[in-house]
Design a protein. Structure first.
Length: 550
């Protein structure tokens, strides 16, 4: 070929390839456009009216129903009288912590303003939920379910259910969230909750229709502030299939402990022939000194009558052994394909060398005469500028990585802006140590991790010999039992500024959280912070604090 012809030919090839690429990207990544208005509305789920956060007048908010790799654009109009942000619990936001919707990554959407989140559900499947992340607003609702469906080309590891139901369970307080917040601000604790809601409704208000013999997928999330709930259905077994984006070994359970912030999918097959045509669904409080139950009703073929009493029994209120044994029985399904065609088990997490161990111990103490919750003695304090923006604009003195120790050192509690710096693709062992007599739940934004071990007492390196290095579950939210430890392994392959927090809203509000900064490849000099390999700052990024002048 003559040079000129070759040039034209290669130009055509490049053009054709780029058109093909564009088409394939467009075909694979549909865009979803949603428009949400967030406002206060007086509602009375337990008979006492309070300020509830509704989205497009709905409580719970609308279902976010999407498919792997979809790009979701949500224009959020804040019609509250307070600043507002939504966080997408469990959505990994690949290289895009700009969209995470927590106080360390985003400036708030101010009252009367709107802001559009835009993120891709890259390489994810599963069940999640969203909720308001600021100002204890979660106590006013504002939450909703997220489904990330498999692409058609990938088989799900069970027969297609007849239908799916999203079931949001959570503790509920009859007083406004501002009043609860004022209690915490003044140095007091939250009281015990007043009840348990199922899909925003009080006892016997929510109902679900089953057809005899049909199988349903229930996607259940604990969206409450702080109470672990036991979920069960009268005379029906639940087959666990998925948790927070991982398929599980498909065991049957009579009842499931669901800790705050956790999500599960179960399959339930309706009985074919039975005496009763309606059944109780129960979500009851665990490990608090008060018996509280959320109750919904499953009706066969629209039957109107009440279920046969009594409510199905759950475990004893403080039976931690039941809960811990169940936790260890929840395993990764090695054969099932997740978001990609290759089976989950083809990722051999157990044979990767661990680069670093971090032990995080939760505590409580008085700082300036007020109750604060701590991680390794440091109670998180938010500066006026989100850490993500401070990083981007290279603002100094907003935070200083390393003020939180790698191991508990029994210091006096103090306030600090805790950031742990890690290198891209470090494989880190995090041990959560809970020396307190209460349940704890931890969550990482941007990541799933492998829950390799749990045990009573103190953790030490000898415990590593007991880890499950074959089929430990991969998830984003894990409980730590009283006077116990939980160990996770986490591959830090998602650049950004990621929030690691107690999912107990009272504790994270009072400082029990920190951020993990995952720096780009080769960024090993702490003075050079580069957003390389991360998505660029969004054009619509809000600014606030010191970032306004940057
Ligand atoms: C969710 O999206 C899937 C795929 O587009 C669709 O088949 C399904 O009907 C949707 N479900 C709901 C409840 O909107
Ligand atoms: C916004 O809030 C105001 C006052 O609370 C209310 O009157 C108005 O209807 C709300 N607008 C929307 C779109 O929800
Ligand atoms: C606010 O909403 C309008 C339309 O309602 C939209 O055109 C605009 O882009 C939105 N602003 C942001 C920052 O998302
Ligand atoms: C229940 O009934 C359906 C059809 O009505 C049938 O296909 C199914 O095999 C039955 N299941 C059981 C467990 O009997
Ligand atoms: C982590 O450890 C692995 C195996 O020892 C090593 O190859 C890798 O370079 C380490 N990563 C970093 C970022 O140091």
């Amino acid at each position: 070929m003559k040079p000129k012809i070759r040039l034209i030919a290669s130009a055509i090839v490049v053009y054709v390839i780029s058109v093909l690429l564009k088409v394939s990207v467009d075909a694979k990544s549909p865009q979803l456009f949603l428009d949400w208005t967030v406002s206060f509305s007086k509602r009375a789920p337990l008979g006492i009216a309070k300020q509830v956060i509704v989205i497009n007048d709905q409580f719970p908010g609308p279902l976010l129903n999407a498919t792997t790799n979809d790009v979701v654009n949500v224009n959020v109009h804040n019609n509250l009288t307070e600043p507002f942000l939504i966080t997408w619990n469990g959505v990994q936001m690949r290289r895009n912590s700009w969209q995470d919707g927590v106080q360390g990554t985003n400036c708030p959407i101010m009252p009367g303003k709107n802001w559009t989140y835009s993120f891709q559900l890259k390489d994810q499947i599963g069940s999640f939920f969203y909720y308001p992340s600021l100002l204890l607003q979660k106590a006013a609702g504002g939450y909703g379910a997220i489904r990330v469906n498999s692409r058609n080309v990938i088989a799900i590891p069970f027969p297609m259910p007849r239908k799916e139901f999203d079931i949001l369970i959570g503790d509920w307080y009859n007083v406004d969230h501002q009043e609860l917040r004022a209690r915490l601000d003044s140095g007091s604790w939250l009281p015990l909750p007043d009840g348990i809601l199922i899909n925003g409704l009080g006892p016997n208000q929510a109902s679900f229709n089953f057809e005899p013999g049909a199988t349903y997928r229930l996607r259940i999330s604990n969206v409450g502030l702080k109470t672990t709930l036991n979920f069960r259905i009268q005379d029906h077994l639940m087959q666990l299939v998925e948790t927070e984006g991982s398929y599980t070994a498909q065991r049957y359970y009579n009842s499931l402990d669901i800790h705050v912030g956790q999500s599960y999918s179960v399959l339930v097959t309706a009985n074919n022939d039975s005496d009763s045509m309606s059944y109780y669904m129960v979500a009851s409080a665990r490990c608090i000194p008060r018996e509280l139950s959320g109750v919904a009703i499953i009706r066969y073929s629209g039957f109107e009558g009440e279920p046969l009493s009594p409510l199905p029994q759950g475990p004893l209120l403080f039976d931690y052994i039941y809960s811990a044994e169940q936790a260890l029985s929840i395993r990764w399904n090695l054969e099932a394909s997740g978001p990609r065609p290759n089976p989950q088990g083809s990722y051999h997490y157990g044979s990767i060398d661990i680069n670093r161990t971090v032990v995080l111990s939760n505590g409580v103490g008085l700082v300036n005469g007020k109750i604060r919750y701590t991680v390794n003695g440091v109670s998180f304090h938010y500066p006026d500028t989100p850490l993500k923006l401070a990083d981007y604009f290279q603002l100094e003195d907003v935070f200083e990585p390393g003020i939180i120790p790698n191991m508990p050192d029994f210091r006096f509690p103090s306030l600090g802006t805790s950031v742990i710096d890690v290198l891209y693709r470090d494989y880190v062992q995090v041990v959560f140590h809970n020396p307190m007599p209460f349940l704890q739940t931890w969550h990482t934004d941007g990541y799933n991790f492998f829950v390799v071990g749990m045990g009573f007492g103190m953790w030490d390196v000898s415990k590593m010999a007991t880890y499950n290095m074959v089929d430990a579950i991969s998830r984003s939210t894990v409980q730590v039992y009283p006077f116990s430890w939980t160990a996770i392994l986490i591959m830090l392959d998602n650049q950004g500024m990621w929030n690691l927090r107690s999912q107990d809203a009272e504790r994270s509000y009072l400082g029990q959280e920190l951020y993990i900064r995952v720096k780009g490849i080769g960024q090993d000099d702490p003075s050079t912070i580069s957003p390389r390999d991360e998505d660029p700052i969004p054009q619509n990024a809000l600014t606030c604090g010191r970032a306004i002048f940057a």
